[in-house]
Design a protein around this ligand. Sequence first.
Ligand code: UD1
Length: 392
Amino acid sequence: MTGASCSKNWPENLGPVLCVVGARPNFMKMAPILRAFAGHELAIPTRLIHTGQHYDREMNDRLFEDLRLPRPDVNLGVGSGTHAVQTAEIMKRFEPQVDESGASCILVVGDVNSTLACTLVGVKKGVPVAHVEAGLRSFDRGMPEEINRVLTDQVADLLYTSERGALDNLRREGISPARVEFAGNVMIDSLIANRQYARRPAEILEAAGFDASIALSPAGYAVATLHRPSNVDREETLRPLLETLREASARLPLVFALHPRTRGNIERFGLDALVAGKRIALLPPQGYLEMLGLMAGARLVLTDSGGMQEETTALGIPCLTMRENTERPITVEQGTNTVVGRDREAILAGVAEVVAGGGKRGRLPELWDGHAAERIAAHLAAWLAARGGRGT
Ligand code: UD1
């Protein structure tokens, strides 16, 4: 078992908590949770199960190292596939893990296919499921993540939320507030714990063979990422977005970290020329500490990521979200985020504002304080103890 698994204090009739990760955005959420479980007075025993949804060194191993995550106890090795194949394969391979471990609880994070697949396995076997980052809604059922969120929250037993508005979303879906606990944002726990280890932008650019003066000049640079299927899977959407980013780079040099899905589609549609040139530094997917350093040093972030909307708010860096909606409205209401969609004028106006010395300022939302995982550990341990285990 992971970490402090051989707990002397944990009730004998309670098995370990199965902690599930699958894809890149899960890792920064799980790292502080595992640390908080190990540090809890009962030393909550855990088993870390990796579904293998993400498997590349760049998408996986480097983040494990950066976040000091323990090696998974099990890797289910599912890899890529259609949503149906990936979800079904995770369920098939996860079920024996639940049986063999005598788990007292399954803990899932975020909104990826692994989150939903393992939740379904757990609830159908009568093993309680806790969902961290519950209740976020984009209200866009065209997003696979929205389907994963809605379904996971419907059936999970405990819902830990990262912003207060999430409770309203859950209530509207008929979910009892008794299942919901406002814990704060575990992703920001990771950011606060790792800020001091963030890598220097100039070094990252140099190591990738780019002109480090981009990062050092007082004019600064912007960071860009894109990976949502709705933005990158069709040439009609990807081409104009890359054209707009190219125009933006004339004002502010771009450091563009490419997700494998996006890199593949740029090649497939023959759009390489749009991301070539001196003012665009094209990087592979970055490690956690590299991305943290790049964001912290940037004037602006342009992204369609969920997590980076929150991280930029915590760092106080203006963010333009290239999506039609956000499931994280607090980053717009209180943070530094502006939702601009694929609107060329809005994106270029946002860039111009930053170049002129402006850009959205914000404040840190409630309970984004570096202690969310500790609150989850305390609540979950008490809940499991009160509920009792097998044989009680
Ligand atoms: C998944 C999540 C998304 C999250 C994103 C972060 C779902 C539904 N989506 O999307 O919410 O924001 O992760 O990255 O779970 N690939 C590699 N190497 C890898 C992993 C994937 O090359 O390590 C390739 C795959 O072959 C595939 C593409 O990247 O072509 C997409 O991978 P997949 O895991 O299916 O979805 P993501 O787009 O990464």
